[in-house]
Ligand binder design. Structure first.
Ligand code: NAP
Length: 251
């Protein structure tokens, strides 16, 4: 194996129990980090703790509830004494048709995808070490129209904007904390799985015809970009974005 890039770093990953977050938790663990995963599903949280072993902590919290995020970050501080890497990644994507979208759904998706990311940042901030790295999961949707999912696309544009501005915060800069985005394209995870073989085929055909590289991305391919942003190699990147989308965002 190549040189381990995160030896003894303390990394917190929201949504670390599935998909992109789980692939990142595994890669961070291989690279020597102490990994904290935050999610809601008891079974998958326990499974990550068991799989990754001793230096892993799984915490149950709803990122849409500020008090729960605050408690989770305080637990990390009590357990490991600091946070070196925050990957604010938890998110949902399904949207009802526009006319059926009510206030409750609006608050639900924005509560997880925007409020959850913002408060993961602010509640981790007191514990972030000098030179810490923060990565937020946006999406190719922040730069392309996404018919059928207006609130998802808007929530991811908000995340991209948060990265741009939080990176310039004077306290953040003074503490040499870097804030960057990762913007996945079509990645094969539970989030993008379909209910029937027919829908699965339809979406596979759609990906083949719209993604320049003509295939799904793998969560491990996103995790590699997150590892780079988390590592010392990315020391001069802040407010920035890495797109992992097979060319979709530029097409
Ligand atoms: P996923 O496998 O469904 O994972 C989503 C994660 O978010 C799960 O671990 C889930 O935990 C967690 N989560 C959701 N709501 C939560 C809440 N209220 N509180 C705490 N945790 C919550 O999906 P994924 O594809 O890896 O998505 C990860 C991120 O990438 C999301 O922000 C998504 O929008 C973004 N993204 C994905 C794609 C793609 O094609 N897959 C493309 C662009 C961007 P529980 O299961 O425990 O609820």
């Amino acid at each position: 194996m190549s040189e381990r890039k995160l030896v003894n770093k303390v990394a917190v990953i929201t949504g670390g129990n599935s998909g992109i977050g789980l692939a990142t938790a595994r890669l961070f663990n291989e690279n020597g980090a102490k990994v904290v995963v935050i999610g809601q599903n008891d079974r998958s949280l326990q499974a990550v703790e068991k799989e990754l072993g001793g230096n892993t902590l799984a915490l149950k919290a709803d990122v849409a509830k500020v008090e729960e995020i605050a408690q989770a970050m305080a637990r990390v501080q009590e357990t490991f004494g600091r946070i070196d890497i925050l990957f604010a990644n938890a998110g949902i994507s399904e949207c009802p048709p526009i006319q059926e979208t009510d206030e409750e759904f609006f608050d639900h998706i924005m509560g997880i995808n925007v409020k959850g990311v913002f408060f993961a940042f602010t509640k981790a901030l007191p514990y972030l070490s000098q030179g810490a790295s923060v990565i937020m999961t946006s999406s190719v949707s922040h730069k392309k129209g996404r018919p059928g999912d207006p609130l998802y696309a808007a929530s991811k544009a908000a995340v991209r904007s948060l990265v741009r501005t939080l990176a310039l915060d004077p306290e953040v800069l003074a503490r040499n904390i870097r804030v960057n985005a990762v913007s996945p394209g079509a990645i094969k995870t539970p989030l993008t799985s379909q209910e029937t073989p027919e829908l699965e085929k339809a979406i596979n055909d759609y990906i083949a015809s719209t993604v320049p590289m003509k295939r799904w991305g793998r969560p491990e391919e996103v995790a590699e970009a997150v590892l780079y942003l988390a590592s010392a190699e990315a020391a001069y990147l802040t407010g920035s974005e890495i797109s992992v989308d097979g060319g979709l965002g530029e097409s």
